[in-house]
Design a protein around this ligand. Structure first.
Ligand code: MN3
Length: 279
C-alpha cells in the first residue's frame, strides 16, 4: 500500500490543503480522547508480552489459517496516505464530494485517533497495523478497543482506496478461483451483493482468503478481517458516509455500482500475495 501512495504525486497539493481544516466528524464512538498528545516517557505500563508477538505468523485462528504479522522497523506515527487518484476519478459511481469528505475527514480522523491511542504505548508504533489487528489480544487492554476501532478504520480505508479504479476486469488466477469457487463472476457478484445488502448497520463486506479459499464475509464497525484470521482481498465500505451524499438512502444502488469501480489489477495482486501468505 505504501508503494502506491508514493506514486500519486498529483494529489499531494490537495491533500495538504484539506488537512489544514479541523476534523470534526468522528463516526466511531469512543471514550473521549485528550487533546494533547500523550508522551508517555518510559513504557513502564506495558507488559513484556506485547513485544513477544513480533513473530511471522499469528495463531489467532484454529488450524492452519495464519495471518502474517509484519514487523515494521519504523517508530513513526501513522499518517493518512494520499489518495492514489484524483478525487473525481471514480465518478459517476463515487462522487468527488463523497471521496473528499471520506478520505480527508473520516479517514484522517481514524488516523488521528489511532495515534492518540498509540501515544499511550509508543512501542506499538514499531508494529505494522496489520500485525496489531491480527494480534489484538496482545495490545494493552486500555487501548485495545481504540486500536480495534480506529486502527481498523485506518487499515480498512488504506486498503479500500487502493482497490478502487474504473474500467478493469478480473483475470488470471483470481478469475480462475472465482469461477471455481463461486461458479463464475456473475455468481460471485450476486453473492457479494447479497452479503452487502444483508449487513445491518455500519460495517464492511469482505472478500477474504481463508485457509486457501475465497470467502465472502460481513464484519461490523471497523473490524478488519485480519482480526478474525482471514486475509483481505477486496472490501466494500458500507458505512453511510461512503454513499449518503450521492445515493441518499439508495444503498443497493451504491452496492451495485461498486462493481464498476473495483481495481481488479490490485485485487488480483492481493489474492496472489495472500496465497503466498504475505500481506
Ligand atoms: Mn469509511
Amino acid at each position: 500500500m505504501k508503494k502506491e501512495t508514493k506514486q500519486m504525486k498529483p494529489m499531494k497539493k490537495e491533500t495538504k490543503i484539506v488537512k489544514a481544516t479541523p476534523v470534526k466528524t468522528t463516526p466511531v464512538k469512543t471514550t473521549p480522547v485528550k487533546a494533547t498528545p500523550v508522551k508517555v516517557a518510559p513504557a513502564k505500563a506495558v507488559p513484556t508480552k506485547v513485544v513477544a508477538p513480533a513473530k511471522q505468523t499469528s495463531t489467532t485462528t484454529k488450524g492452519q489459517a495464519s495471518v502474517p504479522a509484519v514487523v515494521a522497523t519504523s517508530t513513526k506515527k501513522h499518517v493518512l496516505p494520499a489518495l492514489p487518484y484524483a478525487y473525481n476519478a471514480l465518478e459517476p459511481y463515487m462522487d468527488e464530494a463523497t471521496v473528499r469528505l471520506h478520505h480527508d475527514k473520516h479517514h484522517q480522523t481514524y488516523v488521528d485517533n489511532l495515534n492518540l491511542a498509540l501515544d499511550k504505548h509508543p512501542e506499538l508504533y514499531k508494529l505494522e497495523l496489520g500485525a496489531l489487528l491480527a494480534n489484538l489480544n496482545v495490545v494493552p487492554e486500555d487501548i485495545r478497543l481504540q486500536v480495534k476501532n480506529h486502527g481498523g478504520g485506518v487499515l480498512n480505508h488504506n486498503f479500500f482506496w487502493t482497490i478502487l479504479k474504473k474500467d478493469t476486469k478480473p483475470s488470471g488466477k483470481l478469475l480462475d478461483a472465482i469461477n471455481k469457487e463461486f461458479g463464475g463472476y456473475e455468481k460471485f457478484k450476486e453473492a457479494f451483493t447479497n452479503s452487502a445488502k444483508g449487513l445491518f448497520g455500519s460495517g464492511w463486506t469482505w472478500l477474504v482468503l481463508n485457509k486457501g479459499k475465497l470467502e465472502i464475509i460481513n464484519l461490523p464497525n471497523q473490524d478488519n478481517s485480519l482480526s478474525v484470521g482471514k486475509i483481505p482481498i477486496l472490501t466494500l465500505d458500507l458505512w453511510e458516509h461512503s454513499f449518503y451524499i450521492l445515493y441518499n438512502n439508495r444503498k443497493i444502488e451504491y452496492i451495485n455500482n461498486f462493481f464498476n469501480i473495483i481495481n481488479w489489477d490490485v485485487v488480483e495482486k492481493n489474492y496472489e500475495k495472500a496465497l503466498k501468505g504475505s500481506l
